[in-house]
Design a protein around this ligand. Structure first.
Ligand code: HEC
Length: 272
């Protein structure tokens, strides 16, 4: 018996030693987002602001390969309804949405070859993808001291903590690193990152951009908005899924009531 205990203790000790010391030093900070909970929905204005932060700051290093400009105008998207002549107008087809068209047209892409075989640039249309910062992974690594900035299309689904993690990570550069930590050049201490060291320089400082809707662009506000935008991009159909779930629950409650009434009716004539 004693030997078994000793063996177990040794095995546990070995496990503890072998466990990677890589986990993050802090868990994502809890934060209330409008889309939390069974009835939560996206805040369109926050998603629009987050899109602006992504385009003006993050897209210099991070791509979103699953995104097309038309997604911005899809049902539930941030630009589904746009102001035209002082009124909010809803477009069923995002390819006809003038705001989505204008946003897409700000970015150029290689067009089809012309009659001489030359490829000329043309403005993007809603059906085109978001611009990608690199031609290949090697180029991305070379530009970032060896660390590839991951694609952010579905990042809130790909990380524990989702939007709360993104928000915490973006605001997580002000902690004092442990005394025994040696940081290589181009690496930063960020206790929310897996391993607590990240190769992304701090991005957000107060006043970095100026929001189109006039909101004050504090670091806190931008971190929250960009996390909101990624949550929408990772799960654009969340709202219709939740409302479908609600309809199903109502249907089941009515059905349960009907079944109970039927049961009473059927058994009312039988002695029991
Ligand atoms: C100057 C280039 C650069 C910019 C600009 C940039 N990043 Fe990064 N980012 C990186 C690099 C490099 C990594 C990879 C870090 C690593 O693996 O250590 C990274 C990693 C990340 C990660 C993944 C962390 C993880 O858990 O693996 C997220 C999320 C992220 N960045 C969000 C953002 C957001 C949001 C913005 C805009 C506000 C932004 N980044 C702007 C370079 C950049």
């Amino acid at each position: 018996m004693k030997t078994i205990h000793a063996l177990l203790a040794a095995a546990l000790g070995a496990l503890a030693l072998a466990a990677p010391a890589a986990a993050a030093d802090r868990s994502p900070e809890p934060h209330q987002f409008s889309f939390d909970g069974p009835f939560g929905s996206y805040d369109r204005a926050a998603v629009q602001r987050g899109f602006q932060v992504y385009m003006e700051v993050c897209s210099a290093c991070h791509g979103m390969e699953h995104m097309r400009f038309r997604h911005l105008g899809d049902r539930g998207g941030p630009f589904e309804e746009v102001p035209i002549g002082g009124e909010m107008v809803r477009f069923d087809n995002p390819n006809d949405n003038p705001v989505v068209m204008a946003i897409a047209a700000e970015y150029m892409i290689d067009g089809e070859p012309d009659e001489f075989g030359d490829v000329n640039e043309r403005p993007r249309i809603p059906a085109d993808p978001f611009p990608y910062p690199y031609d290949n992974v090697q180029q991305g690594r070379a530009a970032n001291a060896g660390a590839y900035p991951p694609d952010l299309s579905v990042i809130t689904k790909a990380r524990y903590g989702g939007a709360e993690y993104i928000r915490s990570l973006m605001l997580g550069y002000d902690y004092e690193p442990p005394a025994d930590l040696e940081l290589r050049a181009g690496n930063y201490y960020n206790p929310y990152m897996y391993g607590s060291v990240i190769a992304m320089p701090p991005q957000l400082q107060d006043g970095l951009i100026s929001y189109e809707d006039g909101t004050e662009a504090t670091a806190e506000q931008m971190a929250e908005d960009v996390a909101h935008f990624f949550a929408w991009a990772s799960d654009p159909h969340m709202e219709s899924r939740k409302s479908m779930g609600l309809m199903v629950m109502i249907y089941l409650i009515i059905l349960a009531g009907l079944l109970f009434a039927t049961y009473r009716q059927v058994w009312s004539k039988i002695e029991h």
